[in-house]
Design a protein around this ligand. Sequence first.
Ligand SMILES: Cc1cc2nc3c(=O)[nH]c(=O)nc-3n(C[C@H](O)[C@H](O)[C@H](O)COP(=O)(O)O)c2cc1C
Length: 168
Amino acid sequence: MSKVTDEELNVATWKIPSPLAIIGSSSQGEYNGMTASWITQINMDPLLIVVGIDNKSFTHKLMTKNDFFSINLFSSNYTKVFVKFSKPAVYSQGYLNKEPITLTQNKIPIFDNAIVWFELQKVNVEDLGTHSLYTGKVIDCKTIETEERVAYMGDTRMKYGGVPRGGH
Ligand SMILES: Cc1cc2nc3c(=O)[nH]c(=O)nc-3n(C[C@H](O)[C@H](O)[C@H](O)COP(=O)(O)O)c2cc1C
């Protein structure tokens, strides 16, 4: 039986094409935005999208305490936003890391510069080890730019996934 190395696991899993988004979350006056790539639709009726969230992240802490979250997609010309949100975000009224946001009725941040956004209601959470799989039902969404292509991982030099590393 072949023994696959961590490097082989990393190289292979990094080849999986991934979207890039910012997950918006909040709880009791705390707000966050987090760069995420483990996102996919998983059911049609109800329309469900799953996201994989690091159990050690601030986003996980907020999402545990709240029933709602958002997924924000950006133009392929605006990938710098993902660099800003790969550590806990700084909130000031109307802004996260100086990116303008609008709060939904459920107080979930939606990014004003996103070209597509979804608001979701949490319907299931499964702790898988390092990450938890959150299943969200889409309760609202908007496509602001219909013609523009959204950014995905391949537009950047970023990588995520593979086996855990020190900083995990
Ligand atoms: C390109 C990229 C993709 C990422 N995808 C995810 C992801 O899908 N899920 C996740 O939990 N963290 C992901 N991260 C890591 C988080 O952005 C990072 O751990 C962040 O610091 C956690 O933020 P928080 O503690 O503010 O919630 C990704 C990071 C990068 C740079």
